[in-house]
Write a protein that binds this ligand. Structure first.
Ligand code: ZN
Length: 692
């Protein structure tokens, strides 16, 4: 027997299709997701046709750009709470509903990038006399739009356009193949331990994790795997040197022609094919190399500029890496290991760190109860930017622990943010900020104020105690809050470059890393720390130990990051010069490394950031943004860390202007000159002064 289901009126009952002030989180059900997204995509397609028909050959800002913003905003308003819920409290049903929408959304976005009529409308607007009256943000939006259309191949003759699409789809296939082979190789190797003595040195929690892994496979004893939570404790704590060597060799030969599973999941040919196709893609679009194509959307302008930047940092930090290594070798020799190998450095490094500083993250927790930290954070940004932050009670949410805050200035509303601070079982790991609503002036003339989601994964409160944070967690909180301020303190009224929108990848971490500095300043620590029972501020001796431990082995860490960055960039800048991937890596190691891994090491075969992630010819961005944030903070060191004039200048130059102007211009506006690497080297203890 069939029952005729009553077809509900989708748009009337679906909360994702109603306009809202704050997202209706608690009303959203998995069954709302797909119908809402399908409805909006269909409406948007019709909307674009109408815009193009109405605007004809003479598009206007309001008729074209603001009208497109309205369509994008409606889609974002429906999709943002869905992807947010999927990340913070997912269920199998929600994940299924979420994933079911991905192909349609990706097809829609490809279609937009290749809509020739839309491209021509943007071109016509960009070349019309109206542009003379546009402000900087409007001009940048037009420039970015045309650039993005060109980078999606819109300008190419049909045959090349077809090839472009083929190359793109082949590249995405190869990216998945790279990750899958890496995953398979990681899972293909395990080591079963039946004698606990073999695990001497490991922490109880690491052993418990290994025992659980064994149990899951119906084994007794312990199972070591190549997953990071298993690999890392072995390299850091296992006293059995032969065990460390065995695990190291299996780990650094994953997905390659070497090691215990040699040739079985080899990513070598995949990497060559990816590099060839990236090169072809770059050439199709008129760039000399993939490195050049990557920089088309970044702050760095030329491959030479990036390479010079990395080499300069390497030259300045290498002597400190040599010093770090000598200290480590001397310490290891004292401990009976005269020849330090790759599988020894993590182990002796940790022992030396413990011996020198004896400060543990756990011991610091009692000084960082959550309310003290939040109160201190808000006091710091009030001193810097003159903004007030107050908690709002009684709002719709996805979990009772979530808190909502409002930012005001002189009584005026600026923005709001959700704080979801604690780890839960059904939540993705890590910490992040994402924009729930962008600041923008609507076509009707009203101002939409920004809303941000800030998510962390801290340990929740236990009975009788408030939630207590480690100093690492405090730093994470400040980092994400820095992203949040970039999103919320924007003064831009055009969605395309408001807040973090339209900000170049290698500059987007500037405001977040910048905020971390206050977690290390005595003046900042005084505001954010207080023993949860006695209220006593962080004692001076603990602070000194923390500061001393901050830069332990920073020379070695710096050259390691530079090795990855230079390898990635050279590989994409010089592909086709006859050198193999390994030869490029060897060349980079000759230049910057102080410790050589064994010849069988096949690190590139598991470098997923650049072969399967978005970091190709972009890994340098980590260091680039650190230079910007350290150099920006050095102006506060010169003028006073709570100098309100300096705070105002930073807010006006960087936080207020989003992606409206090239990041180099914004930086120069604040600092009065181009960025310099000196502050980063000094903060990392890599200068003679700091070393003394
Ligand atoms: Zn970040």
């Amino acid at each position: 027997m069939f029952l005729q289901a009553k077809v509900p009126n989708v748009s009337e009952n679906n909360p994702l299709l109603q306009p809202y002030d704050l997202p209706p989180f608690s009303a959203i059900r998995p069954e709302h997701v797909q119908p809402a997204i399908e409805q909006i995509l269909a409406d948007n397609r019709a909307g674009i046709q109408k815009i193009l028909a109405d605007q004809g050959q003479k598009p206007t800002w309001a008729g074209l750009v603001l009208a497109m913003d309205e369509l994008n905003d409606r889609l974002g308003a429906a999709w943002s709470p869905v992807s947010h819920l999927n990340a913070v409290c997912n269920s199998a049903e929600l994940r299924e509903a979420y994933e079911a929408c991905l192909p349609a959304l990706s097809a829609y976005s490809t279609e937009m990038g290749q809509n020739r009529e839309l491209f021509q409308a943007f071109e016509a607007l960009a070349h019309s006399p109206q542009v003379a009256d546009f402000d900087q943000a409007q001009k940048t939006i037009l420039e970015h739009s045309l650039r993005d259309f060109r980078l999606s191949g819109i300008d190419l003759p049909p045959a090349e356009q077809k090839r472009y699409a083929e190359v793109q789809s082949k590249l995405s296939e190869l990216g998945s193949k790279f990750s899958n082979q890496l995953l398979d190789a990681t899972q293909a190797w395990t080591k079963h331990i039946t004698d606990e003595a073999a695990l001497a040195g490991l922490t109880e929690s690491a052993k418990a994790q290994m025992a659980a892994a064994a149990q899951a496979k119906g084994l007794d004893g312990w199972l070591i795997s190549l997953e990071f939570p298993s690999y890392f404790p072995v390299m850091t704590y296992a006293e059995d040197r032969a065990l460390r060597e065995e695990v190291y060799a299996a780990y650094c030969t994953r997905a390659s022609d070497q090691g215990p599973n040699a040739g079985k999941f080899d990513n070598g040919p995949v990497m060559e094919e990816i590099l060839d196709l990236r090169q072809e893609l770059a050439r199709l679009l008129g760039f000399a190399s993939f490195a050049e194509l990557s920089l088309a959307t970044k702050m760095a302008e030329t491959p030479d500029q990036v390479l010079t930047f990395l080499r300069d940092l390497a030259k300045r930090s290498k002597p400190f890496a040599v010093r770090d290594l000598q200290q480590l070798q001397a310490y290891a020799a004292e401990q009976g290991c005269p020849e330090l190998k790759s599988w020894d450095s993590g182990f002796f490094g940790e022992k030396l760190r413990e011996q020198r500083y004896s400060v543990s993250q756990e011991a610091l927790r009692v000084y960082f109860p959550i309310d003290k930290v939040l109160g201190g954070l808000f006091a710091i940004v009030q001193k810097l930017y003159g903004i007030e932050i107050a908690e709002i009670k009684g709002f719709d949410t996805w979990h009772p622990d979530v808190r909502l805050f409002e930012i005001k200035e002189n009584g005026q509303h600026i923005g709001r943010f959700f704080f979801d601070l604690y780890a839960r079982a059904n939540e993705g790991g890590g910490a992040w900020m994402d924009g729930a609503r962008d600041r923008r002036r609507t076509a009707a003339g009203t101002l939409q104020n920004p809303v941000a989601n800030l998510v962390c994964n801290f340990t929740p409160a236990v009975a009788g105690k408030p939630a207590l944070l480690t100093h690492d967690e405090v730093t994470t909180l400040f980092h994400e809050f820095g992203h949040g301020l970039h999103h919320m303190l924007t003064e831009i009224e055009h969605a395309g470059v408001s807040g973090i929108n339209g900000v170049a990848w290698d500059a987007v971490e500037l405001p977040s890393q910048f905020m971390e500095n206050w977690c290390w300043e005595p003046e900042g620590l005084a505001l954010i720390s207080g023993h949860y029972e006695t209220g006593e501020a962080l004692p001076k001796d603990l602070l000194d130990k923390m500061l001393a431990a901050k830069n332990f082995q920073s020379g070695l860490m710096m050259v390691r990051q530079l090795e990855f960055s230079l390898f990635d960039f050279e590989l994409h800048a010089t592909h086709g010069d006859g050198r193999s991937v390994l030869q490029v890596l060897e060349g980079v190691r000759d230049e910057v490394s102080v410790m050589r891994p064994p010849a069988y090491n096949r690190f590139p075969n598991s470098f997923a950031h650049i072969f399967a992630g978005g970091y190709a010819a972009g890994y340098y961005s980590y260091k680039w943004a650190e230079v910007l944030s350290a150099d920006a903070f050095s102006r506060f060191e010169e003028e006073g860390v709570f100098n309100p004039q300096t705070g105002k200048a930073f807010r006006q130059a960087i936080l207020a202007r989003g992606g409206s102007l090239a990041p180099m211009e914004l930086f120069k506006d604040f600092r009065g000159r181009e960025p310099s690497i000196d502050a980063l080297l000094r903060h990392s203890g890599l200068t003679e002064d700091a070393a003394a």
